[in-house]
Design a protein around this ligand. Structure first.
Ligand code: S3P
Length: 173
């Protein structure tokens, strides 16, 4: 049987465009818990946007900041926490989530669904490449075995976000 959420943090993980923030916000509302997005929190504490952080300090520094922010968030709660796509891939960050007892939910989505959603915005420094769709595909290949370590997997289909949020809820309560 799947572990129930109880008073733990619910941590949404998955690739860019999987719907972590949009779905997380709805799930939080339905659980009556506060919602927090780690990228938004990083932008708040650094007073810079994610693209500005990558440009000024590079990915490695961004990851270090992300680890610190998530470590702090995991010490309190319960909350619904949506993470940036690379957070759970970082061993240090993933272990913090695990050790704190956070219940991790992977929003799994296929390439077309992800692409459709990320394509509309220009806020993903990792996709500033010659062929961003191929980059997204490469990230899927590399990261999916690691996201699969999450406690629960929910398919983020091409459906209304309320429907997917309902499936997340059903899986955790
Ligand atoms: C990243 C995903 C982004 C953001 C940063 C790096 C990644 O978050 O943290 O651009 O490594 O996949 P979203 O998943 O919310 O787009």
């Amino acid at each position: 049987a799947k572990a129930a959420l109880g008073r733990r943090n619910l941590v949404l993980v998955g690739l860019m465009g999987a719907g972590k923030s949009a779905i997380g916000r709805i799930v939080a509302q339905q659980l009556g818990l506060p919602f927090i997005d780690t990228d938004t929190e990083i932008e708040r504490v650094s007073r810079m946007t994610i693209p500005e952080l990558f440009a000024a300090y590079g990915e490695e520094e961004f990851r270090a900041l992300e680890t610190r922010v998530i470590k702090r968030l995991m010490r309190s709660g319960p909350r619904v926490v949506s993470t940036g796509g690379g957070a759970f891939i970082n061993d240090k960050t993933r272990k913090q989530i695990e050790r704190s007892g956070g219940l991790s939910v992977w929003l799994n989505a296929d390439l077309e669904v992800l692409w459709e959603r990320v394509n509309k915005r220009d806020n993903r420094p990792l996709l500033k490449t010659e062929n961003p769709k191929q980059t997204l595909k490469d990230l899927m290949d590399k990261r999916y075995p690691i996201y699969a370590l999450a406690d629960i997997t929910v398919q983020s289909r091409d459906e209304r976000k309320e429907v997917i949020a309902g499936e997340v809820l059903a899986a955790v309560i």
